[in-house]
Design a protein around this ligand. Sequence first.
Ligand SMILES: [Zn+2]
Length: 276
Amino acid sequence: MTDNTIRIGNVEITAVLDAGASAPCQALFPTITLDQWEPHKEHLGENGKTLTISISSYLIRSAGKTIIVDTGIGNKDRPFFPAGRLPDALREAGAPPESIDIVANTHMHLDHVGWHTTKQGDAYVPTFPNAKHLFNKGEYEYFTQPDIAQQNPQIIDCVLPLKDAADIELTSDEYKLTDEVTVIQTPGHTPHHQSFVIRSGGEAGILWGDVCHHPAQVTELWSPMFDLNPEQARETREKVLQKIEDENLRLIAGHFPYPGFGDIVRVDGKRYWRGL
Ligand SMILES: [Zn+2]
């Protein structure tokens, strides 16, 4: 097993890096001063003013199914983001796009559905031709409203083209992908943002999407500018962190330093992220 794979009981989870992006701290967290960042500078760039966000997807092998959660930024020429390389990274991990049974996502922002389709000339075709594509029903209904879709290019070029070209299922708030992988609701970042809880062989973990974008948020609970409902996102952050501690969950965090596997530890009463 390589460094980008962990096991939780019988479930194998492989981190697959699509892309990464750096930005000034204050571009992502406009209300947080550089002084407030000072205690977290080990997770900042050398100048102490920039942070790097990984864009990782996770390949989950559970109960005979090959699942991908989140599909990165894609190849759609988005401003500020380099094109991703998820299909190549999946091939390198021994799971070419044709082998994926289920495509799921934590939410429908542009860095989580980017490779649901591939741009070929002027057309957008499914990247995972043999997969069932799961979307939370409430999240899908919110983002495909015409006025919201107009403000979210990924809905136009990564989600709507699947309608007639792929197998789509709209899922409930507590959907079970397999007996080992269940969805829980973690709203705030988007209205129906969800996380995936994995339980197998007495071990457990949580894949939490954008509950936090950066390790400092584990300690500080700050909301970045992308949270659609910052107050609810902060409440969710606190609740999920408490759940991780209470249930001793391994953490899988796609925007944290790749591969994003880690634990929550307490030092002098404060929570910190510690990578594996
Ligand atoms: Zn994200």
